[in-house]
Design a protein around this ligand. Structure first.
Ligand code: GCU
Length: 686
C-alpha cells in the first residue's frame, strides 16, 4: 500500500470491466522513439505497465513487419516519417499538445513534441482506467505554456535532512545534509506524477534560496535531478538568492548594474546550462520579507529581473520574477489607517509594465496578501498588459489546515480563475489573462507551490493529493470542473465503487466552505496564528503584527477599510467596474465584506443577521460539518484498503476535534472583544 501511496493516481489497478476493455485494445505496441530516457520511450513503458495492470493486457513490441492494428505512440513528425504513405487529417497541435485516436482497432497517440506524446499516453491510460477505450478522438492543447510547480525545499535544517518550508510531507526528496541526495528515486517518481497531469517544470529549491546551491558540486547534483526528471519531459528550475554575488561570489555588491555582478550571474548560468542544457530557468524572490533585491541598490525591480533574464536568453530559459514584494518593517512602523500591505504589488509593478525582457514572467500570488482562505483576485493581473504573468497557487495547505484538515481547493481556484476583472470594461477572466489570451502574451501560466516530501503519501495525506491532481488539470484546461476532476482522481486513486466516489465527493466538496466557516468568514482572512506557524486559531495575532496581515478588530467594529474614499485605497487598484463594486458596502460580495470594509459588529447583513451573529453561526456551522466527516468516512469501511482507510480516518477525527477548538476560540475571542452574546445562547452565557 505504501507503494500505492507513491503511485498516487497512477496505480494502474484492475478495472471491473477489464475483459471487455482488453478485447478492444490492440496487442502490438509501436514506440516511435526507443532511445532510453526519451519521453516517447517512457510513454511506451507506461503503456505496457499500465495496460498490464488495468486490463491485464501484455503488449508485444512490434517486430519487423507492422501489423495492421497497433497501439502507436510518438510525435506527429515521427509518425509521418515512419508512415509516409498513411494519410490522415493532421490535428492542430501546439507545444506539448497531443492527439489520440482510437478507431478500427488502431490506437494512435501522437504528441506535437515528445512530451506531448507522453501526456497523450497518460491521458489514454487514464481513460482506460476509467473504463473507456472504445472509438474516440481527442485533441488536447494546453492553455498556457508555463505549468510549473515550486518546491520550497531547503538544503538542510537544524538536523541533517533537507526540510521543506511550509511542507507537511516530511523531508526534502532532493536535498540532504546541504547537498543533493545520492538517491534520487523519489525525484523520478515525482516527475512521473507531474508529467501525468501536464506539469512541465519543477523549481526544486525554496524561494528563500541558499547561495551555496551554486557550488560546482551542487550544480553537479542539480544535473542529476534534471537527469531524473528528463525521461518525463519535466525541466528543472532554480530559485536564486539575489545576494549570491556577495554571499557566495566574494563580490562587494549585488547591484544588478555592476559589471562584475552581471558577469557573475552569466557565469553561473553558463555553468548550469553546460550541465543542464534544457534547464527551465530561474525563480527570483527579491525585496521581500527583509531580503535584498534591486531596490536595495536603487534599481527597479525590472532592472533586477532583466539581469537574470538576459543571462538566460541564449538558452531559451525563463525568469519567473515574484510579485510578492513588500517591506514588512516599513509597514510595522506605519500602523496608520492608510497602511496596507495589499497595495504593495501594484504600487511596485504598475509603472514597470512593458519594461521587462520578453523572457520574464511575473509570478503573482492569487490574492494580494498571502494564500488566505478567501481573497479577492490580485489586481496586479489587470495592470500587466505588456508583460507575461503567472498565477501562484498553493497546493500545500499553509493557511488551510496543513494537510491535517481536509480542504479540497479546486472550488476556490475555479472561483478565482473565473473572476472577471473587466479591464477596459471588456471580458477579462483571470484564466484568460494567465493563458496569455487576453493581452496576447506568449509566456504566461501557472505556478503551484506543492512541497511534497519523503512521506509515502507525498503530501502527508492521501486525500490532499486531489489538490495536486486538480492543479495540473486546471493549469492545462482552466474550465476543468472541480467536481469532475475530483471524480476522475477518485476513480484512479480509490477505484470504481460508486459509494467511495460519492463519499469522497461529499467530503471534499463540503471541505473548503466548512474550513472557511470555522477559520475566518466574510473575507476577514484566515484567523490563524500569523506570527509563526500559520496553524490553529489565534485571532489575537491578527492585529499589531509586523506582517501587515490585519483585521483592525476593536470593541465595536472589524475589517480593513480598503475603500478609495476613506480607506487604504486598495479597492481603487481594480479596473473601474470592479473598483466600483468593492468601493461600496452594498455591492461588495458578502464573503469579502470585511476584506474591503470596516464595519460595526452590529452591521446587518443581507441575511438579516448581524456580523457578530454571522460569526457565531458560521463557526458553529463549519465545525458541525467537520463533525460529520469521520462518520461519513466510516461508511467506507471494507470498501478501501485498511491502511488508507485508517490513515484518512485518523486525520478526519483530528479535524473534527480541531474544528471545535477553532469554533470556541474564535467565538470567545470576539465575544470578549465585543461583549455581544450569541442570540442562540451558545457563546458568552457560561
Ligand atoms: C509566506 C510563507 C513563507 C514564504 C512566503 C513567500 O509568507 O509563510 O514561508 O516564504 O510566503 O511566499 O515567499
Amino acid at each position: 500500500v505504501a507503494e500505492d501511496g507513491l503511485n498516487a493516481w497512477l496505480r494502474y489497478a484492475p478495472v471491473p470491466n477489464a475483459d471487455a476493455l482488453r478485447a478492444q485494445i490492440p496487442t502490438t505496441l509501436v514506440v516511435l522513439n526507443t532511445t532510453e530516457g526519451s519521453p516517447v520511450n517512457t510513454a511506451g513503458k507506461e503503456l505496457s505497465q499500465g495496460l498490464k495492470g488495468i486490463v491485464g493486457l501484455r503488449l508485444a513490441p512490434c517486430g519487423k513487419s507492422r501489423p495492421r492494428q497497433a497501439l502507436t505512440v510518438g510525435t506527429v513528425a515521427q509518425f509521418l516519417d515512419a508512415n509516409p504513405t498513411v494519410r490522415f487529417d493532421l490535428p492542430e497541435l501546439i507545444n506539448d499538445g497531443f492527439y489520440i485516436s482510437v478507431s478500427g482497432g488502431n490506437v494512435r497517440i501522437l504528441g506535437q513534441n515528445e512530451r506531448g506524446a507522453l501526456y497523450g499516453a497518460f491521458h489514454y491510460l487514464s481513460l482506460v482506467s476509467q473504463g473507456n477505450a472504445s472509438d474516440l478522438v481527442v485533441t488536447s492543447n494546453p492553455e498556457a505554456p508555463v505549468r510549473w510547480v515550486n518546491q520550497w525545499d531547503n538544503m538542510q535544517d537544524g538536523g541533517t535532512h533537507g526540510s521543506v518550508e511550509r511542507g507537511y510531507g516530511g523531508p526534502s526528496i532532493f536535498f540532504w545534509q546541504g547537498r543533493i541526495r545520492p538517491d534520487l528515486t523519489r525525484a523520478g517518481q515525482y516527475a512521473r506524477l507531474l508529467a501525468s497531469i501536464g506539469i512541465n517544470a519543477v523549481v526544486v529549491n525554496n524561494v528563500n534560496a541558499n547561495a551555496t546551491l551554486l557550488s560546482p558540486e551542487n550544480m553537479d547534483g542539480l544535473a542529476r535531478i534534471a537527469n531524473a526528471f528528463r525521461p518525463y519531459g519535466v525541466q528543472l528550475g532554480l530559485s536564486l538568492n539575489f545576494a549570491s554575488p556577495e554571499l557566495y561570489g566574494g563580490l562587494h555588491t549585488s547591484d544588478p548594474f555592476d559589471k562584475s555582478v552581471i558577469a557573475f550571474w552569466q557565469n553561473v548560468t553558463d555553468n548550469l546550462y553546460s550541465r543542464i542544457p534544457d534547464m527551465a530557468g530561474y525563480l527570483v524572490k527579491a525585496n521581500s520579507e527583509g531580503q535584498p533585491g534591486p531596490l536595495t541598490y536603487n534599481r527597479t525591480l525590472a532592472d533586477g529581473a532583466n539581469m537574470f533574464a538576459r543571462t538566460l536568453q541564449k538558452y531559451g530559459g525563463i525568469c519567473m520574477f515574484r510579485a510578492f514584494v513588500y517591506d514588512y518593517r516599513t509597514l510595522n512602523q506605519t500602523l496608520s489607517w492608510k497602511a496596507d500591505r495589499a497595495n504593495a504589488a501594484v504600487e511596485y509593478f504598475d509603472k514597470l509594465d512593458g519594461k521587462f525582457e520578453p523572457n520574464v514572467v511575473i509570478q503573482i500570488k492569487y490574492g494580494p496578501i498571502d494564500f488566505q482562505v478567501r481573497e479577492p483576485v490580485s489586481p496586479l493581473f489587470s495592470h500587466l498588459q505588456n508583460t507575461g504573468s503567472a498565477i501562484e497557487l498553493q497546493i500545500t495547505q499553509e493557511y488551510l489546515g496543513q494537510q491535517a484538515h481536509l480542504v479540497y481547493l479546486a472550488p476556490m481556484w475555479k472561483e478565482l480563475l473565473d473572476f472577471d476583472l473587466r479591464v477596459e470594461s471588456k471580458p477579462s477572466k483571470l484564466s484568460d489573462i494567465v493563458s496569455g489570451k487576453r493581452f496576447n502574451q506568449t509566456l504566461s501560466g501557472y505556478a503551484g507551490v506543492v512541497n511534497v516530501g519523503m512521506n509515502s503519501t507525498w503530501l502527508g495525506s492521501h486525500l490532499a493529493m486531489s489538490n495536486l491532481y486538480a492543479y495540473g488539470k486546471m493549469a492545462w484546461t482552466s474550465s476543468t470542473t472541480p467536481e469532475g476532476v475530483l471524480g476522475e482522481w477518485t476513480k484512479l486513486t480509490f477505484g470504481h465503487d460508486a459509494q467511495v466516489i460519492d463519499v469522497i465527493k461529499r467530503l471534499s466538496m463540503a471541505s473548503w466552505p466548512a474550513y472557511e466557516d470555522y477559520s475566518g468568514n466574510l473575507g476577514v482572512q484566515t484567523l490563524t496564528d500569523i506570527l509563526n506557524a500559520h496553524y490553529g486559531p489565534n485571532p489575537g495575532s491578527q492585529d499589531g503584527n509586523p506582517w501587515g496581515q490585519w483585521t483592525r478588530a476593536d470593541a465595536f467594529s472589524i475589517g480593513m477599510d480598503r475603500t478609495d474614499k476613506n480607506g487604504t485605497g486598495f479597492a481603487g487598484q481594480y479596473p473601474p467596474e470592479v473598483a466600483a463594486m468593492y468601493e461600496e458596502v452594498e455591492t461588495t460580495p458578502e464573503n469579502l465584506i470585511l476584506w474591503f470594509h470596516h464595519l460595526p459588529y452590529t452591521h446587518v447583513l443581507k441575511s438579516g443577521k448581524t456580523i457578530i451573529q454571522h460569526f457565531y453561526d458560521a463557526h458553529y456551522r463549519g465545525s458541525a460539518v467537520a463533525q460529520t466527516f469521520p462518520e461519513i468516512w466510516k461508511t467506507l469501511k471494507g470498501k478501501i484498503d485498511q491502511e488508507r482507510f485508517d490513515h484518512v480516518l485518523f486525520r478526519l477525527v483530528y479535524q473534527a476535534g480541531h474544528a471545535i477548538v477553532w469554533r470556541d476560540s474564535i467565538c470567545n475571542f470576539y465575544f470578549n472583544k465585543s461583549g455581544i452574546p450569541d442570540e442562540l445562547g451558545r457563546v458568552g452565557n457560561y
